[in-house]
Design a protein around this ligand. Structure first.
Ligand code: FE
Ligand code: FE
Ligand code: ZN
Length: 277
């Protein structure tokens, strides 16, 4: 069975997200670890976390994705900002120990003119400063659209980061369909070719989750504007091939489409249906 869910608000706590996911027909979901501006996280309630863990076990959830605030930048030009990113991520990882075995996804960063190579090095240094052998979370680099000075728009860049992370077994990759299409990988006409390229550069064994989004823009546009499934340039047929692909179909898929909950419920049902045909 397809593992699919959507991005949910964490404002009512962990167990509430699990119940919300069930109501939507989901068996995975994603949430921001704190508000996207990266401010202080709320106090963590261990009983609430434990309630989510047992709900997920009872309903056989696939791993869920905690998403770091997208404003963090491990490769900022300012040490102060890099330190803030490291400290916030380290704090998120400490808190995620209450939900062992899940994923922590983050945007690698923007090199802001320092160059891709310098960005890659700073990102790897940041990860080396926060990963510990005791972690029960797998940290995912998200594939990016290559907007502005984003690092991670090319598979080679993600590979270069992974190569420099010492505790490499703590790391994986989350592929965002909007981002890779915007980044110039032709998942519309040549999904097999893109996955072969991913395998050659990174290794498909590193791929742990998929962000399933249509794109408001054509392939190669480097824009990063998500569209609802079937309402963008990628289209339903190409996204259906993604959820059906034998190399991907075991992974958790997470919608980050511009929907309210009823829209998410419909897209989850639609993709479950598409995954069978
Ligand atoms: Fe993201
Ligand atoms: Fe994404
Ligand atoms: Zn995006």
């Amino acid at each position: 069975m397809l593992h699919i869910g959507c991005h949910l608000s964490s404002s009512r706590g962990f167990a509430a997200m699990g119940r919300q996911a069930l109501e939507l027909g989901a068996d995975t979901f994603q949430f921001f670890t704190r508000n996207p501006r990266g401010s202080r996280a709320k106090g963590l309630d261990p009983a609430d976390a434990a309630a989510l863990v047992s709900l997920m076990e009872e309903h056989r959830f696939a791993p869920i994705i905690a998403h770091a605030p997208y404003t963090l930048n491990l490769c900022s030009a300012e040490e102060r900002n890099r330190e803030f990113a490291r400290e916030t991520m380290a704090d998120d990882l400490r808190r995620l120990e209450f939900l062992p075995g899940q994923y922590y996804n983050f945007h690698p960063g923007s090199h802001v003119g320092q160059g891709t190579e310098a960005g890659i090095e700073l990102i790897a240094q940041g990860l080396n400063a926060i990963l510990t052998p005791e972690l029960h979370t797998t940290v995912l680099l998200e594939t990016m659209a290559g907007k502005g000075s984003e690092v991670g728009g090319r598979f080679e860049e993600l590979r270069a980061i992974l190569d420099r992370v010492e505790l490499s077994d703590k790391m994986g990759v989350c592929l965002d369909t909007c981002h890779v299409s915007d980044g110039g990988y032709d998942i519309i006409r040549d999904l097999d070719g893109v996955l072969a390229e991913f395998d050659r550069c990174i290794g498909l064994n590193r791929l742990k989750a998929i962000h399933l989004n249509d794109s408001k823009n054509p392939p190669g546009s480097h824009k990063d504007r998500h569209a609802c499934i079937g309402e963008g340039e990628i289209g339903l047929e190409a996204l259906a091939r993604v959820v059906r692909h034998p190399a991907l179909r075991h992974l958790p898929f997470c919608l980050e489409t511009p929907n309210e909950l009823p829209g998410y419920r419909q897209e989850i049902a639609l993709m479950r249906e598409q995954s069978k045909s």
